[in-house]
Design a protein around this ligand. Sequence first.
Ligand code: DP6
Length: 325
Amino acid sequence: MKATAKAHTNIALIKYWGKRDESIILPTNNSLSLTLDGFYTQTTVEFKAELKEDVFYLDNTIVTDGQYNRVTKFLDLIRGYAQKHTLFAEIHSINKVPTAAGFASSASGFAALAAAATKALDLKLSEHELSRITRQGSGSACRSIYGGFAEWEKGIKEDGSDSYAIPIAPKDHWDIRVAAVVLSSKMKKVSSREGMKRTVDTSPFFKSWVDSIPSDLDAIKQGINDRNFEMVGKIAEANCLKMHATTLGATPPFTYWHDTTVSVMQTVKQLREHGVPAYFTIDAGPNVKVLYLPENEEKIKKALREIPGVTDVILSRAGQGVTYL
Ligand code: DP6
């Protein structure tokens, strides 16, 4: 009743932004991401008959706050599937996701936890089934089951049975890279969960956002298939801008951008004007992720590091899906 799994985080090129059901995490739109090799969570779950409750260690430190509640609530779901409602676990997670890089560690975290816990209970799940369960821990995590490019299908059923991620192209399909640009500035954070809820509830731009997704998805999948960097980059960047535009229309309005965020966006545009193809995307935080091709790595790294307010640039390649150790 013990298993260890490793899962990598992912960056959305077509964003998940909005839920139609908050309790079982059903999205309003399909999303598409690239799993990254640089950032991962490794988790060991051991179910023990003598435990009276779950015990959770993150980076060797015991966790008892809100994060603990999210983990036990998620394990309750898995216990339910296994019909073992009173069997508790000791969980050890190691996060290799530098929080400063602004990647949601919840994506790799819930993917690794779901994989390790279901394996420890010997539930024989397909990748679709694993992705469907993982979705209920954190939406974006359901895409991290797969390496390379994955699409999360929103599904149409209200019980969520058809809402899970599917593989689009494996990591070896295309050596596309991502630079995570870390900013020195700290801002009061609106979590992605809270931000998307406020947007769904109050932003008049939300409907247009949802309506714009199908054509973005068709085009980006064509671009991925053809390894057409310009096409993929343009669509990803525009999709990110549309997502962030919805937050400005919310009540009260908010933005994840900081002045250095905008400087990085301008530098990426200037790189393009100087013949270096690069495109940006931004999640629910001020940091920027820059898409580029291997031959431009040195130029990209240098240009991004020179921007005042940038403290680090972390480079990553396409990563693999969930693995068991
Ligand atoms: C902006 O997956 O963190 O990164 O489902 O509430 O846990 P919950 O949200 P989460 O949201 C991620 C939002 C995003 C876009 C994306 O990854 O698709």
